[in-house]
Ligand binder design. Structure first.
Ligand SMILES: Cc1cc2ncn([C@H]3O[C@H](COP(=O)(O)O)[C@@H](O)[C@H]3O)c2cc1C
Ligand SMILES: O=C(O)c1cccnc1
Length: 336
């Protein structure tokens, strides 16, 4: 599946985004008003059910083909001492995902999601973005398309990432998209100390300084400062929107993948739920810049799609109430 055959097609698709099915949304909202509870008493669970009805195009949405996909990529900036772990951990964790031993294996399983793992040229790290664009245009397009292809026939998507060094790329993407200072967006990631934070801030500042005049389109921001796994998430979010498939966003890195897209069209977030707020400090700031309210806040800071997978359990609860409850008329309960 080659949904973004060119840079122009990618940038252009952002300005022609399909909307949710209004009839299905309205029908779900009307149903919520008839269920045996005071109106609004299920709070965000009601909003979630109505949101899914709109994107799945039916009054009683369901998760039958819930899918988690973890994209993996390696980063040239790791050579600058920006992570507490070495780059080889990316490939080692891909093996761990395949053997079923990672957190996302357990959490996707608990949430009833299938799990796919998509490693993207792990033996070829992206360029150090303080020296050159992280990716050539063709490499970035290939990553976007790999993301688009991975959505398959899902009816709900969790998009995760694995890439040692990628909280530095995420901070650079957030800074390029929303401004502020590098220190606003940089955090400990896997657990770097104060000196590591300093190196991350210097790296992000150097990257922004080098590319400043070229960060004019979502594509250029992604290819200069991002990574393959991050671009794949951008491509998957865009392809999901075209297919009206709702997406549950994970932590700081996964959310940073849509930040450049929102600069062109803020409405790209309309089919996305923020699954959780990560403990990585930039995530709260980024969610607030995007106008997204996270479902959960559990002090998680792992990535892999893990926080989003936990949030799916709340989404399932919302759908169980929406689809399973009796109406006032059915139950013979007097309405208010
Ligand atoms: C064993 C292990 C498993 C992980 N799973 C996700 N991450 C997370 O940590 C990395 C980002 O942090 P930084 O920018 O500090 O390198 C990403 O791979 C992210 O997915 C992991 C990190 C490690 C070490
Ligand atoms: O927010 C995240 O997803 C995150 C934070 C730190 C390290 N890895 C992932």
């Amino acid at each position: 599946m080659n949904r973004c055959p060119s840079v122009e097609a990618f940038n252009a698709s952002l300005t022609a985004l399909p909307e949710a099915d209004r009839e299905a949304r309205d029908a779900a909202a009307a149903r919520q008003g008839q269920l045996t509870k005071p109106p609004g008493s299920l709070g965000r669970l009601e909003e979630i059910a109505i949101f899914l009805a709109g994107w799945q195009g039916c009054e009683k949405p369901a998760i039958e083909r819930g899918r988690a996909v973890v994209f993996a990529g390696n980063h040239g900036v790791v050579a600058r001492g920006v992570s507490a772990f070495p780059a080889e951990v990316t490939a080692q964790m891909v093996a761990n995902f395949r053997n079923g031993g990672a957190a996302i294996n357990a959490l996707a399983g608990a949430a009833g999601l299938t799990l796919d793992v998509v490693p993207l040229s792990l033996d070829r790290p992206t360029a150090d973005f303080t020296q050159a664009p992280a990716m050539e245009a063709q490499e970035c397009l290939a990553a976007l398309n790999a993301g688009a292809a991975a959505i398959a026939d899902a009816d709900l998507l969790v998009l995760g990432e694995m890439g040692i060094g990628n909280t530095t790329s995420a901070a650079a993407l957030a800074l390029a998209s929303y401004g502020g200072t590098a220190a606003d967006w940089v955090g400990p990631g896997t657990g770097v100390d104060a000196e590591g934070i300093r190196r991350k801030i210097d790296t992000v500042e150097a990257g922004l300084a080098l590319h400043r005049d070229s960060l004019t389109t979502p594509f250029e921001i992604l290819r200069r400062l991002g990574g393959r796994e991050i671009a794949a998430i951008s491509g998957a979010v865009l392809a999901a929107r075209m297919a009206r498939v709702p997406v549950v966003l994970d932590g700081f890195i996964a959310t940073s993948a849509i930040a450049p897209l929102t600069v062109r069209n803020p409405a790209i977030t309309a089919h996305c739920i923020a699954g959780h707020c990560s403990a990585e400090p930039g995530h709260r700031r980024l969610l607030s810049a995007l106008g997204l309210t996270p479902l959960l806040s559990l002090d998680m800071r792992l990535g892999e799609g893990s926080g989003a997978a936990v949030a799916v359990q709340i989404i399932r609860a919302a759908l169980a109430a929406h689809g399973g409850m009796a109406t006032f008329a059915e139950a013979g309960v007097s309405g208010g």
